[in-house]
Design a protein around this ligand. Structure first.
Ligand SMILES: Cc1ncc(C[n+]2csc(CCOP(=O)(O)OP(=O)(O)O)c2C)c(N)n1
Ligand SMILES: [Mg+2]
Length: 345
């Protein structure tokens, strides 16, 4: 078991992480089978950060995140069926089929927004933090964003304001550049920054900052709970840099299941690991890493791991069935939710 983490919390994390993993594996299949078009991003490899980070929040708290959002939204408790339906652009989707994969969001759960505008969620979260401070109810706002967001000018301005006004905002940066090819080698874009130590940025603005192993749920849990307590007590924002080595499937411009469908027997010792992704299976896959720790509890723990997985697979299979059977939005609703409409003559 990861040291210092209550067992009930570990099972809760594993359950969510498995749900996210089976969801993402299904998204790849739906894309490959032609059920939706356009670019998309997977959260595989970052579950060890988003799950403990988001589960540390309370219902009254807010959050805003990025294009790599499926895991964030599920971690917060969104319905996977409505999530998949949104990705397929269906009327039953979380956002009526208007948002799609990149803007998947559940406002009813305190999700302010997710967005493909890199860095945008940092400024939105600062606005959320300002609202929390005005409410004086001890609530906080969390932003989850990639390391690339720190290239954006708005990030510096938003961090500066959050620090000056001591706003209750947790900036949770998921740094997945380790192992990434980057554009120069024909891969997915990654960080291009003059600073090699990203924590120098919040530190230069007087923001309390910490770096953690983003694959280690206990480390993320500890950092997130401490940061939230710091914010709730009015001491201002906190910046966490979680190191989440990039999953090989997120390296090409189009995602692919590079490491295959996750096989939990790799965590219980029933199946060996080898080949080009051996290091991923052994060290960097957060789901396998947590399951491996839990399996040390013996036969009953192993049984429980597989039972959780069975439930997750079934929930996602049902979710996919629901999404695929759902209708597209009716053409006459195309202008619903549009802010400005041309005045009729
Ligand atoms: C404002 C803006 N600039 C550029 C892009 C193009 N773009 C899409 S993803 C991406 C890299 C994002 O990196 P990061 O924030 O670290 O997220 P990751 O995909 O690595 O998780 C870029 C530059 C964009 N979407 N928005
Ligand atoms: Mg990144």
């Amino acid at each position: 078991m990861p040291e210092g983490l209550a067992e009930t919390l570990q099972w809760q994390y594993l359950e969510k992480m498995l749900l996210i993993r089976r969801f993402e594996e299904t998204v790849v299949k739906l894309a490959n089978d032609g059920h939706f078009r356009g670019h998309y991003h997977l959260y595989i490899g970052q579950e060890g950060t988003g799950v403990p980070g988001i589960l540390a929040l309370e219902p009254k708290d807010r959050l805003a995140t990025t294009h790599r959002n499926h895991g964030h939204v599920l971690a917060r408790g969104a319905d996977p069926g409505a999530g998949l339906a949104e990705i397929l652009g269906r009327a039953t989707g979380l956002n009526g089929g208007r948002g799609g994969t990149i803007h998947l969001c559940d406002p009813a759960l305190g999700f302010l927004s997710t967005s493909g505008v890199v860095g945008g969620c940092i400024s939105l979260a600062v606005g959320g933090g300002y609202a929390c401070a005005q409410r004086r109810d001890g609530s906080v706002t969390m932003a989850l964003f990639g390391d690339g967001a720190l290239e954006e000018g708005v990030s510096f301005e938003a961090l500066n304001i959050a620090s000056l006004w001591r706003l209750p905002v947790i900036f949770l940066c998921e740094n997945n550049s380790a192992g990434a090819m980057g554009m120069a080698k024909g891969g997915y874009p990654t960080l291009v920054h003059a600073s090699t130590d990203l924590l120098l940025i919040p530190r230069s603005l007087g923001i309390s900052s910490v770096r953690v192993d983003g694959v280690d749920v206990a480390a993320v849990h500890a950092a997130a709970t401490q940061a939230i307590a710091h914010c709730r007590s009015g001491q201002g924002p906190v910046f966490i840099e979680a190191m989440t080595p990039r999953w090989a499937g997120s390296d090409p411009l189009w995602p692919e299941l590079a490491t295959g469908i996750t096989d939990l027997r790799m965590a219980t010792g029933e199946l060996g690991t080898d080949g080009p992704h051996e290091q991923w299976y052994d060290c960097y896959d957060p789901v396998l890493r947590l399951a491996r720790e839990m399996a040390k509890g013996g036969a009953e723990s192993v049984r429980r791991i597989f039972a959780l997985d069975e439930t997750a697979r079934k929930r996602i299979a049902d979710a996919a069935e629901f999404a695929l059977a759902s209708p597209l939005p009716a053409p006459e609703t195309a202008l619903d939710h549009v802010f400005a409409q041309e005045a009729s003559a």
